[in-house]
Structures are given as structure tokens and as C-alpha cells.
Design a protein around this ligand. Sequence first.
Ligand SMILES: *Cc1c(COP(=O)(O)O)cnc(C)c1O
Length: 428
Amino acid sequence: MSNNNIYADFGISDKVFAFGEKIVEALRCRFDSIDKVSEITFAKVIRAMQKNRLNTACLMTSTGYGYNDIGRDTLEKVYADIFHTESALVRPQITCGTHALALALSANLLPGDELISAVGAPYDTLEEVIGIRPSVGSLAEYGVTYKMVDLTDDGRADLNALKKAVGKKTKLVTIQRSKGYATRPTLSVAEIGEIIRTVKEIRSDIICMVDNCYGELVEELEPSDVGADMVVGSLIKNLGGGLAPVGGYICGRNDLIERCAFRLSAPGLGKEVGPNLGTMPSFFEGLFLAPTVVASALKGAVFAANCYEKMGFKAVPGAAQERHDIIQAIELGSKEAMEAFCEGIQSAAPVDSYVTPVPWAMPGYDSEVIMAAGAFVQGSSIELSADGPIREPYAVYFQGGLTWNHAKLGILMSIQKMLDRGLCNPEI
Ligand SMILES: *Cc1c(COP(=O)(O)O)cnc(C)c1O
């Protein structure tokens, strides 16, 4: 087997190549079930495009105010169909996931309202949005108060504590599907449904919002199928399929999305304005590819977990565990190992393969962050990438891979870089 090491030219040793082949062989069944889910989600995506009569005119560019933009309006109907929601806001004017989340929150929370995070600390960049870390323009500055419900000791949602936390002023409960930069388990859609049921039993008018980043199309159902009033995410993650150059989405109840549209543009203007600026081909085609791309990323994540667990590192989720997002955390235990891992991912990239990632202070993040990304779209994390804050437990968060081949190459390179520095031992 090591005789046909097709990656020898990349500096991958026969030992690492053979190790990878052995792991892949054992994963055939897992890969089959990943493909099965993507077949189902693909059917959902293409059916939504057909039902909404996607046509050539929808792929044209609009500029200026963007009045009567049939492409933009059709895209939003397609998203609403996929998520089974009344409405959707999907725009290139929403820059990223944080922007989409800030928009959904600030549009639907008024002075005196209370926001609750149901599953522990939210994603790092939301700390300034909420005002947990004081920031200009935060929700706190506008008089929105905030409470967080801690997770249980095993990292699950604490439903009893949540029941106690909800009060008269509680207006919106935010639920983060993916673990983000934490090492808690990612929530399944079923678990999200349970949290929502708990909230709605107390008061049905409390808005349940799900930060859906990295979770899209991983399961047959989405959080909006189990009662979420709004689901929010980034187009340079799962749903952009690697082709969207920018963008964010919010899908949900009509009244809530209307408020988001008024906040994004201006009261009175709402969804009517917002040119597509030529993004329609990439938004539609990216969405069309997204089920397959997500499957590739999932295979990469499962492969990484199995390789690293075999070498004695802690993988979250574990090698044999079911997936609810495309993120694979691996606790490497040191800054040096994080650097070696990221170097490996970087050296497998199509773009910027020759650069060395170094830790730096990124806007919105509390500690230094290291990132490996040689992406066609800047910062795209549906493309093969790895990152992590330089702090205990020195975990890298590995994600993406537009193709399984690329994900595999990246992981083999990461193992090789670690091995070169004596930081791992790939023995079968
Ligand atoms: C990526 C991510 C965000 C923020 O998205 P950006 O596009 O980086 O601003 C928010 N929440 C979660 C869980 C994420 O993974």
C-alpha cells in the first residue's frame, strides 16, 4: 500500500500515507451514511428551486436600490422553503455570521427586554454584540439586559436552570447549535427542539433564535423544523457551498424577518431595497452544491477525529460519535502542536500554500487566534481551514473541505508536520 504513496511529492511519508489509508478503510460505512443524508438534503434544496421556478432572469445582476430584484426575491423564497419558514432575508449586504446574528438580535430586542443564552457562553464575537465585553453599539448600551444559563457538568443544556432563568422581561432566547470555540458537544436538532419546547411551555411568545452556523444540512431537519422562530447563519460557511463570496441569512417568522429587514436597510424600506450586485449565480449554485460540500466536510471531520484519536489526542466529537455540525475540535495540548497542525492544513491549500500561519489578535476575539486558511474566499470556513484561540486546552477547530480529497490531503499534511517535530506517532 505504501508503494503507491501518491502524496510523496507533498512530503508525506509512506508511514503517514499508510496510516491514513488504514483509517479510511475502516470508515466506509460512516461515509455511506453521510452520503445518504446529503442525498436527502439535496432533494430538499433542488425541490425548493423548482417549486419557486428559478429561471435565468434570477441570475442577473441588480444595482442601486435593487427594486424588483427577482433573483434576490426568489432566493429568499427558496431559503424559506428549505427551512420551512414563512420568510427569509438572504443578502450580500449581511457581511458574515456575526453581522446576521447582531442584526437578528438588535432588530427584535428593545430597551428593557431581556436576552437569555440557553447553552452557556455564546460565540466569542457575540460578547461585544451583547455587551458582555463592553462595546460601542452593543445591546447593553441600548438597555437590553442579558442572562446566561450555564451548561450541566457534562456540557448539556440545563433545562431546569433555564426554566428558572426565564422571567417577565425575557423576550428572546438564543440557542447556539455548534460548539464554537468551546469543547462542549454540539446540539442535535432534537436537543434544540427540547430547549425550545421548554421555553415555549413557559411563555409561547418568547422568541427562540438559533445560531445555526456550521450546522446547516448536517441533519435531515433544521432547527426551524422543531420550533425555532429564527435561524441565522453565514454564507461563507455551509450554505454558500464555497461559491458565495459573502453573505448571511436569517430565516423565520414573517414579523421577525420584517423587523430584521427594516433594521438592515431602514424602517419603511425593508426587503424592497438591496441590490444583488452580481451574487445570484454564486448564491444559487453554491446552495445547489452545499449538500455535497457539507458531506465532504463531514467526511474530513470524521477522518480527522479517527486519525487523531488513534494517536492519543482527545477529539470532540469523538471518533465514533454522531455529527451535528462540520467542526472537529482536537485538543493538541500545546501552542507548538497547534502551529504544526495549522502549518499542515495551510500547506495543503490551493491558495497561499507557501505561507506560515502565526497567532494574531483578531478583531472580536479575546485571546490570540491562529488560523490556517488558503481559501478562494477570504476567511471562508466551508473551505478547508483550521483555527483556534491560543489558550487551554490548546484545541484546534478543524472544518471544511469543498471536496473530500482536499480534506484528506490537509489532514495527512497536518499529521506529517506534527510527526516532523516529534509531536505525534501515527502507528496503526
Ligand atoms: C462562525 C460562527 C459565528 C460568526 O460568524 P462569522 O461569519 O465568523 O462572523 C457565530 N456563531 C458560530 C457558532 C459560528 O461558528
